[in-house]
Write a protein that binds this ligand. Structure first.
Ligand code: IMP
Length: 222
């Protein structure tokens, strides 16, 4: 993955930034969000520039993990890095799976589709018998920009309220999207297209806020 957005004539060359994630679903969403944010970025994936880097995330908060991933990517490559950490909080499960969302049914494997299926099965099993009114949940995301060379660290959070269905619906998105109902639309996240999801999602809110911060910094000079 290597995406450049052409600058208008006379504009400064876009900043090259590395995306500290290997999650293809997230990558698509973040590319779309930054493409629309009106900032000139040349986005590289971590696999383009540091394919061996592990990207550890063993902190206990979304912000801690997002910062850890962006710091690792920026230090290893010398480039500014963007990262996010995100997950699902289910009220009837006291906020689980939370920061463990990707690993809820065990360590992630090479097969993201089957990891997602196992996570969703475990979630539906844990919520068996819980009535609709108590199946409230939210996605949370912290988006982070780190430029270790210039000592810059910015983080912004976003969330999106929903409800966990009793069976999956839809084929879009990734992760828990097929069981996550957006009540105002009567559709699951997996029944939305990329643009609709980004408009109302936790990741959309967090990255739009981060893009505003980056624009404000660019406007205020080096
Ligand atoms: P991370 O890569 O550690 O941030 O893990 C995020 C995990 O949370 C994903 O693997 C999904 O299981 C879940 N998750 C986060 N954002 C979303 C989303 O937008 N849709 C569905 N699942 C998500």
């Amino acid at each position: 993955m290597n995406q450049a957005v052409d600058p208008p004539p006379g504009a400064p060359a876009p900043t090259t930034v590395v995306l500290a994630t290997r999650n293809r679903g997230k990558m698509k969403e973040i590319l779309d969000l930054f493409g629309k944010a009106g900032i000139q970025l040349h986005l590289l994936s971590i696999d383009d520039v540091a394919s061996d880097l592990e990207l550890r995330e063993d902190e206990s908060t979304f912000e801690g993990n997002a910062l850890a991933k962006a710091r690792q990517a920026s230090s290893a490559t010398g480039l500014p890095a963007l990262a996010d950490d995100s997950g699902l909080e289910v009220d009837a499960l006291a906020g689980a799976p939370g920061v463990w969302s990707a690993r809820y049914a065990g360590s992630p494997t090479q097969d993201a589709g089957s990891d997602d299926r196992r996570n969703n099965e475990k979630l539906l099993h844990a919520l068996a018998g819980v009535p609709e009114a108590r199946r409230t949940a939210r996605y949370r995301c912290v988006a982070t920009y780190v430029d270790t060379a210039r000592n810059v660290e910015l983080s912004r959070a976003g969330s999106c309220e929903g409800q966990i269905l009793t069976s999956p619906r839809g084929t879009g998105g990734f992760g828990y999207d097929p069981v996550f109902l957006v009540p105002s639309l009567g559709r699951t996240m997996a029944e939305l297209d990329l643009e609709e999801k980004n408009r109302l999602s936790h990741r959309g809110a967090a990255f739009r806020a981060l893009a505003r911060d980056l624009r404000a910094r660019a406007g205020s000079g080096p």
